[in-house]
Design a protein around this ligand. Sequence first.
Ligand code: SF4
Length: 463
Amino acid sequence: MIGDNQLHKLTDLFAGMIGHRPTACVVTFGCQMNARDSEKLRGVLDDAGFKLTDNEKADFVIYNTCTVRENANTRVYGRLGQLKNYKKKNPHMILAVCGCMIQEPGAAQIIRKKLPFVDLVFGTFNLYEFPALMKEVLGKKLAGQEEPVIDVWEKESSGEADSLPSKRTYAFKAGVNIMYGCNNFCSYCIVPYVRGRERSRNKQDILNEINRLTQDGVREVMLLGQNVNSYGKTLDEKVSFAELLESIAVECDLNRIRFMTSHPKDLSDELIDVMSRYDSICNHLHLPVQSGSNKILQRMNRHYTREAYFELVEKLRGAIPDISLTTDIMVGFPGESREDIEDTIDLIRQVGFDNAFTFIYSKRTGTPAASMPDQIDPQTASGWFDQVLEAVHETAAARCARFTGTDQAVLVEDRNRHRGGWLTGRTQHNLLVHFEGPADLIGTCVPVEITESKGFYLIGRRV
Ligand code: SF4
C-alpha cells in the first residue's frame, strides 16, 4: 500500500465525475520484465481505488509496450488507433502508453502528433513516478484539460519502482527484480538502449522483499534481470549472483527458486556449485545460446564460442545430472549461411535441450545488426527455421519422455482451460503437467505420477 491520500481523493472525484467506480486495464507486450512492471502498474491502480479488468474498454487503459521487434511498434500504434472511436464516445477515458517502445528516440513525439488522444506517455526510467503521473493526469481530466502528460527520460536515474505496490498475477508465485538494464550490447538487441545500463538492487532489499512475499503465502520466486549472472557488479559492496542465490536459499522459506536470464559468458563455477547444493533451487536453467556457429556468435557480440557453451553444459550436467536446459535460438541473422545453420542444428542435438524458444531474426533499427550487410531473405530464414524447430522438437520429446513413470512434485497453477475438472501445474524442471483434481489444490505442491509425455508437456495422475 502506498496509502497516497491525494491519489485516493482524486480517484474518488474521478468516480464521482463518471458515475461509477473507475475500471482499469493494463495490457502487457513483451517479456517477463514488462510483465513484472505491469504488476506494479496494476498495484498502484488497485491501491488508488480502481477496479482492475482485462477489458480494454476500461476507464483507464495502459499499454505497457515492448520494442524487441520492429513490427511490435506498428502493432501498438494499430491497437491504439482502434481505440480512437471508442474514446471519442467516452472522452473521460484515460489512455496511457509506457514501456520500452517509449524510450526509443522520437516515439513520444510520434504519439503526440499522430495519436493526440493518448493522455499519458512515460518511459521505463520513470516508472517509479507512476503515482505522481496518475495524479497529474487525473487532475487534468477533472479540470477538463485535454493537454496530454508526456514525461520521458533519456537516462536511467537512481530511482526504481521497487517500492510500488504490486498486484500479482498469482498468489503463490512471484517475480522479483534483482537488477535492471544490461551492459552487453548484443548486436541485435535494443535492450541496453531502452532499459539503460546494468543496475543491481541491494541484496538486503531483495531478501526483505522475498521474506515479505513468503509471509504473504508465496512459495516460488523467479529472480528477474536481463543478465542475472552479472548481478552485483555495480554495487559498492561486491556480491555475486551465486552469493545472492545462496542467501535466498538459506534465509527465505521458499519451495522453489528460479531465475532468468543467464548469459553463458557470465555463468560461474560458483553458481553451478550453489545450484547443485540446494533442493529449493530448481533443476532448470534457461541458457540462451542463440547460435551454434562461432562466426555468428561473434557477429552477435555474444563473447563465447560453441566450445565454451559445450563446456558449460558438461559442467552443469556433471554437477546436476538431471538438470533441464532450455535456450533461445535465433535463425536468419545477417551473414548466416547454410553451414552456420547446420552448426546450430548440430549443437541442439549434442546438447539435447529440453525446450528452445526459436525466433527468426527481426531487424531492429538502432542496433548494429540492422545495418550489417548480407541480411537474409525471409523465405530462406523461414526454411531454416523449420529445420531448426524440427531438431528442437526431437530433442525436447526425447528429454520429456524421461519423466514417464516417475512421480513429480507439481506446483498447481490453474484450472486446465481445455479439460473440465483438470488442473495445470509445473514440475521443478519447469515442465507443464496436466492432471485431474479439485481446484482447491491450486497454489499447493502435490505429487503426481507422470503417465504420458506429449513432447513439451506431461499428462499425470495424482498419487
Ligand atoms: S544480454 Fe544481449 S540479448 Fe540479453 S538483454 Fe543484454 S544485450 Fe540484449
